[in-house]
Write a new protein. Structure first.
Length: 243
């Protein structure tokens, strides 16, 4: 038993020594549009179909997240909102993870990293569950406006145009979050930096294919990682700076 514990402690030590933590800040250069349905029932059923069935999150997590969000008292048809709780407007960490996976696939065409999407899943963890929008270091508590735009589609009866709307945040808002990178030879800090650089051409949020949600990196610093039961990060920065 003692020998097994010693082997386990050695393995744990090696794993912890391979971990590196980074604090990243991104700044919107185009307006961000909310992605969540203003109807909590629609949000829950949509997230279940999109994420639970793919195995990205559990059904319990979807229910818990829907209870954490302050939905408007009256939902509006066609309106997508920005997640909000008592601390302000935010996005969930899986949005950042999804962005990294998508851009890693794009980078496969010009990099030597194969199966990049699965390697992002294995080696990169966004530590913050909720990532709050800020201006000048202060959480933003309400959207800047409503973005309305036509949505064109084709039906058996012919083309149709409807009006959709999203809560929006103006360019200039920031998001800051910490990521934990497990030791490996391919998903390196420099590789992740290139992934996030792609945010200036294809961003976050609703209608990003239309140019919304683009961002630039304003901070990419390594920080000291303290392995505790809470996964806390030491706020003191280490030497590496990629900006």
């Amino acid at each position: 038993m003692a020998a097994a514990k010693k082997v386990e402690s050695v393995i744990t030590k090696k794993i912890n020594e391979s971990k590196r933590a980074f604090r990243i800040q991104i700044k919107l250069i185009e307006d961000y549009l909310g992605t969540l349905s203003s109807n909590p029932q629609i949000y829950t059923s949509f997230m279940y179909a999109k994420s639970v069935e793919k195995g990205d999150v559990s059904a319990e997590q979807v229910v818990n997240e829907s209870e954490e969000i302050n939905f408007p008292d009256e939902s509006k048809a066609g309106l997508t909102i920005i997640a909000k709780d008592d601390n302000g407007l935010f996005i969930y960490s899986q949005i950042i993870t999804g962005f990294m996976k998508d851009k890693a696939i794009n980078l496969m065409k010009i990099s030597d990293v194969k199966q990049a999407k699965s390697k992002i899943q294995k080696f990169v963890n966004v530590i913050d569950k909720k990532i709050y929008f800020q201006r000048d270091g202060v959480n933003i508590t309400k959207p800047d406006g409503i973005n309305e735009r036509p949505l064109r589609g084709m039906t058996p009866q012919g083309p149709i145009t409807s009006l959709v709307a999203s809560e929006s945040l103006s360019a200039g808002a920031t998001l800051e979050f910490d990521i934990l990178l497990l030791g490996n030879d391919e998903i390196t800090p420099q590789y992740l930096y290139e992934v996030f650089k792609m945010g200036n051409t294809h961003g976050l949020g609703q209608f990003r294919n239309g140019g919304y949600g683009k961002f630039i990196i304003t901070r990419f610093d390594e920080i000291k990682y303290k392995d505790t039961s809470l996964g806390e990060l030491d706020k003191e920065q280490a030497e590496l700076k990629l900006l």
